[in-house]
Ligand binder design. Structure first.
Ligand SMILES: Cc1cc2nc3c(=O)[nH]c(=O)nc-3n(C[C@H](O)[C@H](O)[C@H](O)COP(=O)(O)OP(=O)(O)OC[C@H]3O[C@@H](n4cnc5c(N)ncnc54)[C@H](O)[C@@H]3O)c2cc1C
Ligand SMILES: NC(=O)c1ccc[n+]([C@@H]2O[C@H](COP(=O)([O-])OP(=O)(O)OC[C@H]3O[C@@H](n4cnc5c(N)ncnc54)[C@H](OP(=O)(O)O)[C@@H]3O)[C@@H](O)[C@H]2O)c1
Length: 389
């Protein structure tokens, strides 16, 4: 693995985020795609940061202003009311709701408080039953935000202090950096899949992906961000070593950074990218960049799996299996194997495909193939690295 340069002495970190500037926010998919995936360019000039391919950017999101206004109006509260903060200062309710608390999903504590406040009767008993079971309560809050709950129980009111005391704090979200600083010295590029869904008759969105897509203002230095190192997920120190990258969907992000880095450094190692998404016509993000890298020889092989272009699903691991003999040759030649993207399903299936390839093309027994992947590649040689979420 490459030596990680120490983070340049910068005053900015998770506890003291840098106010970065979004300079570009464009749709990556083509017209007709059902996905909303964005390419964001975040200018970090002045942060003093030096980042490596494989690192992530942490982002502190804000809630949509309309959601803050709706909640305040629903409870008849004064958005300008000053609330005492832990450090002794005061802050307007509007800002507390906008910046500090999660509004896109009701907290369990809030639902329990609503149940307590309801007057005696069947409605109270019903909600007490739900809030008395972790499972039922988890299911209840999964699809509801505060407006949904208050729509169901409009008779319940909270003071500003009660409301704030029952809401959950905002956690920052991480995004894999999709650019090489060697190519874009002042910029971090992100690939963001925007979470959008509808429940209880209202459109909802992911807190941070929705904020980045809809509520950031271009060319204003107001996006609080921090850098996160990823010691294990880095390019090999040996520029001649081959690399195999498996990154369907937003999992492509760090591999665009890897390829840019290898391009700028003039690395001679071979590069093989597995990419997949729903449809070639609408979801083949960075198609032109990949084509140019193929023409120029940087991208030795590009294997694509467009899952919904045919009657049966085709995924990246199917392409790996089809090209298993060659993939095995690359591994035997010292290739590093990287996976990024969905942890729940994709990474597990890719892992199994790798074991199957070791067995089939390496002539290993099932247990020896398992050991080769899980121990030799992953632990001993550290040539199999994942960044999955
Ligand atoms: C190391 C790392 C790197 C990452 N890199 C990237 C990246 O490069 N690009 C990227 O896009 N993401 C990336 N992520 C994921 C990212 O951090 C966020 O988790 C993602 O953007 C969703 O956050 P959000 O705030 O928009 O959504 P949240 O507000 O957290 O909501 C998301 C949740 O909404 C829920 N939800 C979805 N559909 C429904 C529905 N129909 N009904 C009810 N609930 C629903 C799901 O439970 C989902 O977990 C990465 C994560 C990690 C840990
Ligand atoms: N853990 C998480 O929270 C998490 C992780 C990743 C993505 N997401 C969310 O999912 C949404 C889209 O994410 P994304 O753009 O990165 O794309 P994605 O949903 O990961 O899909 C990318 C491609 O992977 C395919 N795929 C589905 N199951 C697979 C499997 N088992 N093995 C291999 N490939 C598989 C998809 O096919 P089909 O869709 O046709 O089946 C699609 O072609 C976003 O809202 C994102 O936030 C959440």
């Amino acid at each position: 693995m490459s030596t990680i340069a120490p983070i340049a002495p910068s005053q900015f970190n998770k506890n003291n985020p840098f106010l970065a500037t979004v300079t570009e926010n464009r749709l990556l998919g083509k017209s007709g795609s059902i996905k909303d995936t964005r390419h964001l360019v975040v200018n970090i000039k002045g942060s003093g940061w030096q980042y490596q391919p494989g690192w992530s950017l942490g982002v502190f999101p804000k809630n949509p202003p309309v959601l803050v206004d709706d909640l305040v109006a629903r409870l008849g509260l004064d958005a300008d009311a000053r609330l005492a903060q832990k450090d002794g200062s005061t802050k307007a309710l509007r800002r507390v709701l906008s910046e500090d608390l999660t509004l896109n999903r009701a907290s369990k504590k809030f639902v329990r408080a609503v149940a307590e406040k309801l007057p005696a009767g069947a409605r109270k008993d019903g909600l007490l039953t739900v809030s008395g079971s972790e499972e039922a309560l988890g299911e209840y809050v999964y699809s509801r935000d505060y407006i949904d709950v208050l729509n169901e129980f409009p008779e319940v009111k909270f003071t500003a202090e009660e409301l704030v005391g029952n809401l959950s704090r905002v956690n920052p979200r991480l995004y894999s950096i999709a650019s090489s600083q060697a190519k874009h010295p002042d910029e971090v590029h992100l690939i963001v899949a925007v979470v959008r869904y509808s429940s209880h008759g209202r459109d909802k969105k992911g807190l941070c992906s929705g904020f980045l897509a809809d509520d950031t203002t271009l060319n204003v230095a107001n996006l609080p961000v921090f850098l996160t190192q990823n010691k294990h997920f880095s390019l090999p120190a040996d520029h001649d070593a081959p690399v195999i990258m498996v990154g369907p969907g937003t999992g492509i992000a760090p591999f665009r950074a890897f390829l840019e880095e290898r391009e700028v450094r003039g690395a001679r190692g071979r590069n093989w990218l597995f990419f997949g998404d729903q449809h070639r016509a609408t979801d083949f993000v960075y198609e032109d960049e990949f084509a140019a890298w193929q023409r120029g020889g940087l991208l030795t092989k590009l294997s694509t799996a467009f899952s919904r272009d045919q009657a049966h699903k085709i995924y990246v691991q199917d392409r790996m299996r089809e090209e298993g003999a060659e993939l095995w040759q690359w591994l035997k030649a010292g290739a590093y194997f990287y996976v990024c993207g969905d942890a729940k399903r994709m990474a597990k299936d890719v892992h199994q495909a790798l074991i199957d390839i070791a067995a089939r093309h390496g002539g290993l027994s099932p247990s020896a193939a398992d050991e080769y992947v899980n121990k030799t590649l992953m632990k001993d040689e550290r040539r199999y690295v994942r960044d999955v979420y």
